[in-house]
Design a protein around this ligand. Sequence first.
Ligand SMILES: Cc1cc2nc3c(=O)[nH]c(=O)nc-3n(C[C@H](O)[C@H](O)[C@H](O)COP(=O)(O)OP(=O)(O)OC[C@H]3O[C@@H](n4cnc5c(N)ncnc54)[C@H](O)[C@@H]3O)c2cc1C
Length: 461
Amino acid sequence: MRPSSSTISIPEVRAAFDGRVLAPGDPGYDQARTLFYGGMDKRPAVIVRPVDAAGVAQVVNLARDGGLELAVRSGGHSTVGHSSTDGGILLDLSAMRALEVDPQRRTAWAQTGLTAGQYSTAAAAHGLATGFGDTASVGIGGITLGGGVGYLVRKHGLTIDDLLAAELVTADGQLLHADDQSHPELFWAVRGGGGNFGVATRFRYRLHPVSTIVGGMLLLPATPEVIEGFVAEAAAAPEELSTIANVMVAPPMPFVPAEHHGELVVMALLAYAGDVAAGERAVAPLRGLATPIADLVHPMPYPEIYPPEEEEYHPTAVGRTMFVDRVDHDTAGTIMEYLQASDAPVRVAQLRVLGGAMARVPVEATAFAHRHSRIMVNVAAFYGPTDRAEREAWVEEFAAALRQDDPGAYVNFLGDDSEAGLRAAYPGSTWERLAAVKARYDPTNLFRRNHNIPPAEGPSR
Ligand SMILES: Cc1cc2nc3c(=O)[nH]c(=O)nc-3n(C[C@H](O)[C@H](O)[C@H](O)COP(=O)(O)OP(=O)(O)OC[C@H]3O[C@@H](n4cnc5c(N)ncnc54)[C@H](O)[C@@H]3O)c2cc1C
């Protein structure tokens, strides 16, 4: 049933939240409901921006008591538009951006309205870092709750491997502290289980000494040999090196010589978190795969790995995600074939070699069940006003052609809300355990605008 705005009084909400409220017709409403991805035109009955956990609890109570759908937004980068709602309440965490870094203990308390870039820049002032993803504007809320695969994944693991505690407002409006000792099952669940269990208001992270990295973009011509070689070298490299290789059409950017525009390239983003000389040695085999079209890899302060972004950039894209065991010559050839056969203006196969610290965490330690998956593959295409169905069919077929034996998927890159995707993200006992935690902390499924895990039925409640 679509929730109705008639069950709340906007003037009362405005009074309760001291002006940090936007409703249809207000200046700033359209800007505030805009998500990172275009094509997701949802119209909340009201957008509320609390400044602290008490305010978050008020919003949760309002949604629960008013019977309204509740959407929670940190950075707004949900790949399927979960962080907005038609006719419900949007709880926007963007006014909650406090960060307390303790350089001695190498820990930080961070409010969940921060973005990965804001957190990383502030932590870098102390020569410290926690790993998030590849994009500065992604919110620490969504990426952390789903797992977090980024530039430090092989050296320091997933973002959740550095999560020491979380504070959450649960469906009953209580603020809970979850860690290994306090609500340990809840703490297990929020490390990969997404926003199903409450609104996370603060996270406590471990920080690592990371100052100068050897990082940046390496652009190579795409051939099956280069693609296969890249994955092999990235897997053989020291764990300090994490890589993200985008096989795609060369964009007409200033650092790409004009004669390469429109050609298939491997646009690789590299980060070696360690000694600079060792980093140069680790990157050398990748540079040696072919004559680089562009080589922007150099020693840099860690946050520089995040390129500047345009606020008004809202691509419309469809995608699929999976894990594979190998990218051999045939797989690389398939990637080339599919990318050559499409005429989508942007089309990509992204390859992330995993392993290292991420793989050493026991599978059952967190709700991220894919510790032994070797390579993450995301395929995506941008679409325009008339070709969405065509692009959907292409990504579906492309993904099917690449699929091997690993049945898993990373929840934060799921391209739709299908049951199959959800079960791939949370296989077997992970699903059962998450459903039991859900039944305990959110038995009525108030938090359902997410990759939803319905509460288990039965005695575990
Ligand atoms: C351009 C781009 C690049 C990306 N790169 C990476 C990457 O390199 N590595 C990676 O791991 N992922 C990556 N992702 C995926 C990203 O991690 C997810 O889309 C993530 O959910 C985004 O977090 P957000 O806070 O920005 O999103 P939002 O849209 O704000 O939230 C996403 C989901 O999380 C829930 N949520 C958010 N904050 C909270 C909270 N505080 N409490 C409870 N629930 C909450 C929301 O309700 C929603 O269901 C990328 C996504 C994009 C669009």
